[in-house]
Ligand binder design. Sequence first.
Ligand code: FE2
Length: 202
Amino acid sequence: MLRSHVEKQKIPLLPSPSKLFNESAFAVRDPDGNQTVYGLAPDGAADEPAPIHGPLQHVTLTSTNMAAFEDFYAGKIGFAVSDRVRNDKGQVTTCFLRSNHEHHTLAVFLKTEAGLDHHSYEAGEWITIRDWADHLATLRIPIVWGPGRHGPGNNLFIFIKDPDGNMIEISAELEVIHDRPAKEWKHEPYTLNMWGPAIMRS
Ligand SMILES: [Fe+2]
């Protein structure tokens, strides 16, 4: 979907949309009012080298209406559901959706208000998360959650906060799905972080 990269010791300015996408890009607005953009990178702009690998991997939103969210993205846009987390009342509290073979490129948490939960960048391999953590240390940016391992997606993660308090994830070794039915997970801290404490959204 979107493209991004990180340069060591230097924060690049946000590229203009015309540099992120070619002219085939389009945007839609979902039932919660979020605008999502879909497009391909312009010719010749892909895979610019970066000292630390970190393309945008997924975005996680929050919603008060999980059924409408899933119906829009899976039923209309064409995402596939990889996993759902369900509570004791039978409510879906998390839904993971994919637009390629990666476990999720979009996810949604049930919450009391709709919005952005976090965005996540792909480190590729576990050892690169170490490099990220060392890089963040040079910038005096602390890890606020993790290292941990999510149940759904089986990915390894750390989280930091940006200056506005937004949660940012750096993730590695996300499950690759070619063809399997969606799985159901229990709504409990262990599902969110098999290694330790969880930040429960509902
Ligand atoms: Fe995430």
